[in-house]
Design a protein around this ligand. Structure first.
Ligand SMILES: Nc1ncnc2c1ncn2[C@@H]1O[C@H](COP(=O)(O)OP(=O)(O)OP(=O)(O)O)[C@@H](O)[C@H]1O
Length: 139
């Protein structure tokens, strides 16, 4: 169902601070159905691969280190217009600019430790989902 799914990750600092439940609640209340969900930990190398598009950015090293510092929760989420609506639900990258009520406005600590990831296109949602989940893990 093209356009109806996105990929998200709950970042290590939010998992470490016991915010998995609070964040899932906002996802479900935002109209998203959980299609697949997994708690796991990335190696620095895997984080590097996931964020390869940012490899030239000055924060790439810090980002890979942060994303592999502890367990994460990976999710495939379903809703009409999933990619755009989910980015609206999570709010701006920088929590100082995130709209009140968005996931990042509540749970982000900084630009880097911003609680959740959300895919920025249908194509990337498909690539990122395949990075974590096989076909038979999606319900
Ligand atoms: N200036 C920065 N300093 C540190 N980390 C940053 C900075 N800018 C972005 N990041 C980190 O890199 C991630 C990817 O950056 P991007 O610009 O694609 O933001 P995004 O699309 O809002 O986030 P995501 O792709 O995780 O949903 C951000 O979520 C954040 O964790």
């Amino acid at each position: 169902m093209a356009g109806n799914r996105t990929f998200s990750m709950i970042k290590p600092h939010a998992v470490a601070d016991n915010h998995i439940g609070g964040i899932l609640k906002l996802m479900e209340e935002g109209g998203f159905r959980i299609v697949a969900m997994k708690k796991t930990q990335l190696s620095a190398q895997q984080a590097g691969k996931f964020y390869e598009v940012h490899s030239e950015r000055p924060f790439y090293g810090e980002l890979c280190e942060m994303m592999s510092a502890g367990p994460i929760v990976a999710l495939i989420l379903e809703k009409e217009n999933a990619v755009a609506d989910f980015r609206k639900l999570i709010g701006a990258t920088d929590p100082a600019e995130a709209e009140p009520g968005t996931i990042r406005s509540i749970y982000a600590k900084s630009k880097g430790e911003n609680a959740v990831h959300g895919s920025d296109s249908d194509e990337n949602a498909a690539i990122e989902s395949a990075f974590f989940f096989s076909g038979f893990e999606r319900y």
